[in-house]
Ligand binder design. Structure first.
Ligand code: NAD
Ligand code: TYD
Length: 353
């Protein structure tokens, strides 16, 4: 048996692939375009591992998707591939439309053609799991109930609008064509191998480099933080037991303001890697211009997945952020390669431009 994942050289996808190989004997085929966010160094422990096959390809390339699916005949496809950074989507939304909408459409078409040709038993067992975000639900007022799966779609950024469109396509391919799809909408992830343009890794690495810690606006925006390996275990559970056509919200039950997150990181670094001058890293916090259209608050109501599939997160924010800070302290080489662009040079050598 084989599962096929897309975007498995990115932050969440790579954590998923590494955990999969550690916990299952099933082959995993990993398809990734290797954009700036795809980093094969993360997958180095799997080099020459017979259970893992990496293929560089674009989910928007129908020919490539058809060929791969025909070659590996997966029992499931898990789609992580996306353009994922809100700030980049504000500066240049085109790639977000291309991958998050056209790419998902293309992958759905390839999956549907394959699924239609399967015998009854593998057809009934096949799953297309689409990984999405809580940002499709828009911004919550302080004190408003957390997002359930029935919350209205109100995306506010080009990123969340493109993810919302992809969720609608996935839903329609189920209702119209019968493709057995599952959709997960999760909150902000954090943990090992997180690309340092996102809040948590950026703050850890800037702090250690003696740079400023740029907090947007007043830092009172709230996110619900989910440890990445908890997210991966939730996806495995949905893949195993989720009901086709259903969506599942995945959250960490950890609402924090951005300023709280940054201060917690500074506290952990003060404890584990104190500054030479004895001062706190929090002295490096600076308040900068706010993000345009900045969503105030996200919070996930994850009671459905707990009730129906028996999943809940293993980590609290306190335990997860401690592990994360320690991971960055223990793995300076990974971050150095990302920041210096060394991993890109390697991709060019390996694959050409
Ligand atoms: P990421 O940006 O770290 O990784 C995305 C990966 O997809 C990269 O390896 C990239 O090379 C690949 N990719 C991009 N375009 C592609 C294409 N056209 N074809 C094939 N591969 C392509 O993202 P992430 O943080 O790992 O997020 C994974 C998924 O989870 C995304 O769908 C994202 O929307 C969703 N999500 C992420 C978060 C979060 O906090 N990181 C929260 C909610 C949902
Ligand atoms: P981010 O990690 O980009 O995730 P998202 O926008 O998908 O939630 O940002 C998390 C929060 O941190 C968001 O409210 C924006 C804020 N932020 C900063 O204050 N400073 C920064 O340098 C970054 C990257 C984010």
């Amino acid at each position: 048996m084989t599962i096929l994942v897309t975007g498995g050289a990115g932050f969440i996808g790579a954590n998923f692939v590494l955990d999969w190989v550690a916990q299952s004997n099933e082959r995993i085929v990993n398809v990734d375009k290797l954009t700036y966010a795809g980093n094969l160094h993360t997958l180095a422990p799997l080099a020459n591992h017979t259970q893992h096959a990496f293929v560089r390809a674009d989910i928007a390339d129908r020919g490539a998707m058809d060929k791969l699916i025909a070659q590996y005949r997966p029992r499931a496809i898990v789609n992580f591939a996306a353009e994922s950074h809100v700030d980049r989507s504000i500066l240049g939304p085109g790639e977000f439309i291309q991958t998050n909408i056209i790419g998902v459409f293309t992958l759905l078409e390839a999956a549907l053609a394959y699924w239609k040709g399967l015998d009854a038993e593998p057809q009934a067992a096949f799953r297309f799991l689409h990984v999405s975000t809580d940002e499709v639900y828009g911004s919550l007022a302080p004190g408003a109930p957390a997002f359930t799966e029935n919350h209205r779609y109100e995306p506010n950024s080009p990123y969340s609008a493109s993810k919302a469109a992809s969720d609608h396509l996935v839903r329609a391919w189920h209702h119209t064509y019968g493709l057995p799809v599952l959709t997960t909408n999760c909150s902000n992830n954090y943990g090992p191998y997180h690309f340092p343009e996102k809040l948590i890794p950026l703050m850890i690495l800037n702090a250690l480099a003696g740079k400023s810690l740029p907090v947007y606006g007043d830092g009172q925006q709230i996110r619900d933080w989910l440890y990445v390996r908890d997210h991966c275990s939730a996806i495995r559970r949905v893949l195993e037991a989720g009901v086709p056509g259903q969506t599942y919200n995945i959250g960490g039950c950890n609402e924090k303001t951005n300023l709280e997150v940054v201060r917690t990181i500074c506290g952990l670094l003060d404890e584990n890697a104190p500054r030479a001058d004895g001062k706190s890293y929090s002295e490096q916090i600076t308040f900068v211009k706010d993000r345009p259209g900045h969503d105030k608050r996200y919070a996930i109501d994850a009671s459905k997945i707990e009730r129906e599939l028996g999943w809940k997160p293993a980590e609290t924010f306190e335990s997860g952020i401690r592990k994360t800070v320690q991971w960055y302290l223990d793995n300076p080489g990974w971050a150095k390669d990302v920041i210096s662009g060394d991993y890109r040079d390697w991709v060019h050598k390996q694959y050409g431009t």
